[in-house]
Design a protein around this ligand. Sequence first.
Ligand SMILES: *Cc1c(COP(=O)(O)O)cnc(C)c1O
Length: 400
Amino acid sequence: MSEAKKMFHKDFTLQEPIPEAAIARAVDVMHSGKLHRYNASPGEIGEAAMLEEEFASYMGMKYCLACASCGSAMYLALKSVGVQPGDTVLCNAFTLAPVPGMIENANANIGLVEISDDYTIDLFDLERKARNPSAKWFLISHMRGHIANMDRVMSICQEHGLVLIEDCAHTMGATWDGRKSGSFSLVSCFSTQTYKHMNSGEGGLLVTNDAQVIARAILYSGSYMLYEKHTSRPDLEVFEQYKLMTPNYSCRMDHLRAALLRPQIVNLDRQCQHWNARYRLLETLLNQISCISCPPRDPKEGYVGSSIQFNLLGFDEPKVRRFLAENEKRGVYLKWFGSAEPLGFTSAYHSWQYFKDLPVLPETNRILSTLCDMRIPLTFELDDCRLIAEIIADIAEEIC
Ligand SMILES: *Cc1c(COP(=O)(O)O)cnc(C)c1O
């Protein structure tokens, strides 16, 4: 008689509650009635401006702008660095739908670059595509927190005159060789959407050291000529040359969400350690399963393991589908990037058909065809991770 199959019962989409300090601050903002970021009395610094100062300081960068989402921050970033309609923006092909979405929003073309077996951008393909004289912009997306070799990325950008923009939606709190992810590029963007490393429901943070870029980003975000109220900004003269030439795209963050985020910055590094304890345990246990491989990570990569990815070695599509279905029956929800049809948060590059002439990327296709993805919410304890790995191992044993 076989013993009862173990089941997992926790919710993969359940994040921790908002910290009490953040709730208290948000309640204060609601009592004040002053929710709009420019609704502050003379001399008063609003929550949004304080959040910007605190996040810039956390990042060790000069300027920060709080935005409605990471997607809107990326849009403002592309416009503020000067991407023109018809320009090509190079980008790794493994990323989330808002990234190509914002490139399209800027009326630019996407130059998709292959990925490698460790899910980071293929640096040889990048170099090949960077040689094209029309390539000027490079939006690197640290998808699911996988950080490419930034030493090589920076030298390729330098050699070919590429302007770098970083999408750090999954690398808030992460580092490369001790240096913060998001501090390598001219401008970088972070997400505070619920499933990222700080939670305000929706939200984005743009950071830069460049006075021109931040002035333009503030104006584009919709500052109604109230940019003086920003404290994370250059001198007012910098705005003069742009203020009548910059449309208002209305992408601001409000005081309420800023209030939710400020206390979370204080906890961020500790939260990252909690994610990594879970990640490292899962990585060890999953790598013990013969047909599962979590790719090795570069020792210079100070990642934040808020999700884990692995490939199913030698699996064809029917086998992958069976593996996913069996896991789901036992309460383990895995996402898969190899599906022809985009599902939920997982769309692969071939489904971004609003771009004409999408390339076929054989390496990326091969890697995505067996790529599984699992969230690691901090509501899971280490024992939960052990149980998840045990269930996956059970199923793999039958299917491998
Ligand atoms: C979540 C995410 C985004 C977009 O963030 P939003 O705040 O939801 O707009 C962009 N890139 C990646 C890699 C993401 O994971």
